[in-house]
Design a protein around this ligand. Structure first.
Ligand code: UDP
Length: 320
């Protein structure tokens, strides 16, 4: 089957699985602003209706409470399907282990079947976690990763790796036009206050002058992308529709200690640091190579950590 490469972005209908989540809800909002129609699916296990209630008045927006482990409900014309659905915080990797594996296996399958039925473009939101605890630094898309398939993080890592394989199987068989993005650490407004990930944890602790919980010595690194930059990258992906996986993130790499110091400074907090055990399988360093994103999508992040963190702190001061 030959796919039409729709480059013009006249009003399209997007189905966003995980549309009430942190990144999904920002995508819904931006796509509506760009003149598209959006149907958000979410089972609300980690997503929240608070994230999308400001969109409810828009006649082009529909929310359907649905778990993608079940077949996708009947609906009309769909042009683009974005699979953003999965719990993504390491805090959830134990409690929601089975839910994560089902979302990233049968859930992806259901969405791909739906994309085939609708002749829609399908984008899989994968993750830097497919690289596991990387032995190659920084990480290019052709690095195959270092994942422990029975470790506590494996439910997330392996379900995303499975989803990538499944997505590529539909592409190879010419059943669906697909893209895969690998999202590196992303932060911003609408992360859950009790999300467990480093940025919301540290901001909440700093705002309440509570001890900042550093795992290990805090020498491990991450590279943090502000959500608005990521959303712009995803929108570029939906226009260009590359078949090859593409890293999306930010190359400004920081130690977790630096993150804590920055957040304490920006909040004028009296918090002190407390050092806890490093969780099992916690990657020692992580930073994307963004050459493909620059060359193929003509995209790179623009928002500095300082600017992004200040916006996130403002959100957390009044977070629901
Ligand atoms: N981390 C930390 N204190 C916290 C939460 C996280 O030191 O309260 C560390 C965590 O162990 C990891 C890094 O911060 O080394 C990023 O963790 P996060 O959960 O945000 O995401 P990850 O990149 O590990 O998936």
């Amino acid at each position: 089957m030959a796919f039409t490469n729709i480059k013009n972005q006249d009003s399209l209908t997007y189905l966003i699985a995980g549309g009430a989540g942190f990144i999904g809800s920002h995508l819904c909002e931006t796509l509506l602003e760009n003149g598209h129609s959006v149907i958000a699916l979410d089972n609300l296990v980690t997503g929240s209706q608070n994230n999308i209630e400001h969109l409810a008045h828009d006649a082009r927006f529909t929310f359907i409470e649905h778990d993608i482990k079940n077949p996708i409900p009947t609906m009309g014309k769909i042009d683009c399907i974005l699979n953003m659905a999965s719990p993504a915080s390491p805090m959830d990797f134990e409690n929601l282990s089975i839910e994560i594996m089902l979302a990233g296996s049968i859930g992806t399958y259901h969405l791909l079947e739906f994309a085939k039925e609708k002749n829609a473009w399908f984008m899989m939101a994968s993750t830097s976690e497919v690289y596991g605890d990387p032995e190659v630094h920084p990480q290019k898309e052709d690095y195959l990763g270092n994942v422990n398939c029975i470790g506590v993080r494996s439910v997330y890592d392996e379900s995303k790796r499975f989803s990538e394989s499944m997505t590529n199987a539909y592409l190879r068989k010419n059943l669906v036009q697909t893209s895969i993005i690998r999202i590196f650490n992303t932060y911003g407004p609408r992360m859950r206050v009790n999300d467990g990930r480093v940025v919301p944890n540290f901001i909440d602790q700093a705002l309440h002058h509570k001890p900042i919980t550093i795992h290990g010595k805090g020498t491990q690194t991450r590279s943090f992308c502000f959500v608005d930059d990521l959303v712009r990258g995803i929108i570029r992906t939906s226009v260009v529709r590359p078949e090859t996986p593409i890293n999306l993130g930010n190359t400004t790499e920081k130690t977790i200690l630096e993150v804590a110091e920055n957040i304490i400074a920006f909040t004028n907090s009296k918090s002190e640091l407390t050092f806890l055990d490093l969780p099992e399988g916690d990657p020692k360093r992580r930073c994307p190579v963004l050459t493909r994103a620059k060359e193929i999508l003509d995209w790179e992040p623009e928002i500095s950590f300082a600017d992004g963190i200040k916006k996130t702190i403002e959100y957390f001061k009044n977070a629901p």
